[in-house]
Ligand binder design. Sequence first.
Ligand SMILES: NC(=O)C1=CN([C@@H]2O[C@H](COP(=O)(O)OP(=O)(O)OC[C@H]3O[C@@H](n4cnc5c(N)ncnc54)[C@H](OP(=O)(O)O)[C@@H]3O)[C@@H](O)[C@H]2O)C=CC1
Ligand SMILES: O=C1O[C@H](COP(=O)(O)O)[C@@H](O)[C@H](O)[C@H]1O
Length: 501
Amino acid sequence: MTESKSVLFTIFGATGDLAKRKLYPSLFRLYKKGELAENFAVIGTARRPWTDDFYRDVVLTSIKDLMKSKSEADNFISHFYYQSHDVGDVAHYVTLKNLGEKLREKYSTQGNQVFFLAMAPQFFGTITEHLKSENILTGEGFERIVIEKPFGTSYDTAKELNDSLTKSFTEEQIFRIDHYLGKEMIQSVSAVRFANPIFESLWNNRHIDNVQITFAESIGVEDRGGYYDTSGALKDMIQNHVLQVLSLIAMEKPEKFDETHIVQEKVKALKAIRKYTADEAQANFIRAQYAAGTFDEENYISYRDEDSVSTTSRTETFAAGKFLIDNERWAGVPFYVRSGKRMTEKGTRINIIFKKDVDNLFAENDETPEQNVLTIYIQPTEGFSLSVNGKAAGQGFHLDPMRLSFRHDSEFLGNSPEAYEKLFLDVLNGDGTNFSHWEEAARAWELIDVIRKTWGSDTSSELPTYKARTMGPQEAFDLLEKDGRTWNWQPDLWYIDHGML
Ligand SMILES: NC(=O)C1=CN([C@@H]2O[C@H](COP(=O)(O)OP(=O)(O)OC[C@H]3O[C@@H](n4cnc5c(N)ncnc54)[C@H](OP(=O)(O)O)[C@@H]3O)[C@@H](O)[C@H]2O)C=CC1
Ligand SMILES: O=C1O[C@H](COP(=O)(O)O)[C@@H](O)[C@H](O)[C@H]1O
């Protein structure tokens, strides 16, 4: 039997896109599962002069696809209150405090508070400072703060941000969202590694040739051109999601499967990644921008033609590179990563490519076994496959590569908790395992800053482009080719075959 939580949420940025698309539906899912019942309340705040009723209607609209009965939804939204508030105005925190006290009483929330900052990071310092100075933090129950990406734009700005947050909250109270860490299959990476001796015993440079991590998106920048043009693929995806995944694959086995030990090992792995010189960054990382293209008879405009994007923009919409890890386990094993928008399909995958068979028994038969590949499918399908060599059926002896494959079915996917729902529950349980910790973010920025600066100093050369809805520029393929390798990527026929497209 689920024990429901007692808590007051304050959502800053309650009128925004993230709140409507992710936060309210996730809270509703927790409500439907009984994790939230009667003892919770939500204060939504932003500048717009909304009433409680209007706010509740907005929340209702955002959960309409999930609701089974109107009465259930009505009961849920009755826990929502709106307070118009400019985060820069001190007087508003007094109103917020008074409302909080009233709701704490009414819903018996036991002094537990979660603050969700669904706002641009430049406001984080002001908000946390005022939460403390205006005594909204009382220390009576648990008090946790959840913040969104981007966590800074460089090591220096991230450090500044962190310093201002830690004036009011301790590291244990800060939950930095990296929503990929809430995804089912990312959480499964550790299960695959540490619950299967067949893999754990091979998880090193004696058996693994290279690792490939692809975060491909078919969408362009949509309506986020203004933000994206100041960021680019390296900062938007590689600094956070990709390096988080890489550290989970590369880390040593933690002493215990808990937050402290996992984070310790992830930080060690990140620290072992070679920090490039400017020349090495130039040689090992490439970038490109999507040009116009046609796919499936549909025409796509170029990045520079997107709304709120400069027509002379040099922001990359695709980045690829090679990381090297200087430790005993991984010396000599390249970790190739790539991420881009307007690629052929949406697909996040990890490929562990095992070494070639050195002593080929079948050489005299003119047969060469293919390298074994373990693929972890993160999305849109979830599962694993392992390519193995077998004998082709029939006369004679020929090797035939085959795939042992497991995928979650569509029913499972439909019921699988959404990343934000899992992360919300982790926050309520005080479990920071699936969040980014300061030391992780700091190290990731140190690695990325070198690449960013190298690219930034080159203002004259032509930025490579790739046609919209392709797998990126030629330079990304050359990156592996010069190492005698290729990207391992086949279109995901599984979900087409299963009617999931
Ligand atoms: N949307 C998404 O999918 C994702 C968003 N994020 C991050 O989440 C955060 C929020 O993003 P998103 O919801 O898209 O942004 P929006 O621009 O849609 O929302 C911003 C919110 O901040 C409020 N706001 C702005 N200025 C003030 C102010 N001075 N005082 C009080 N409230 C203010 C706005 O409300 P009002 O105008 O009424 O004041 C609005 O509610 C950002 O950090 C973003 O990078 C991260 C990953 C994905
Ligand atoms: O953080 C971000 O992630 C999304 C991709 O997330 P997904 O869960 O849809 O795979 C990306 O589109 C966005 O640019 C980035 O900020």
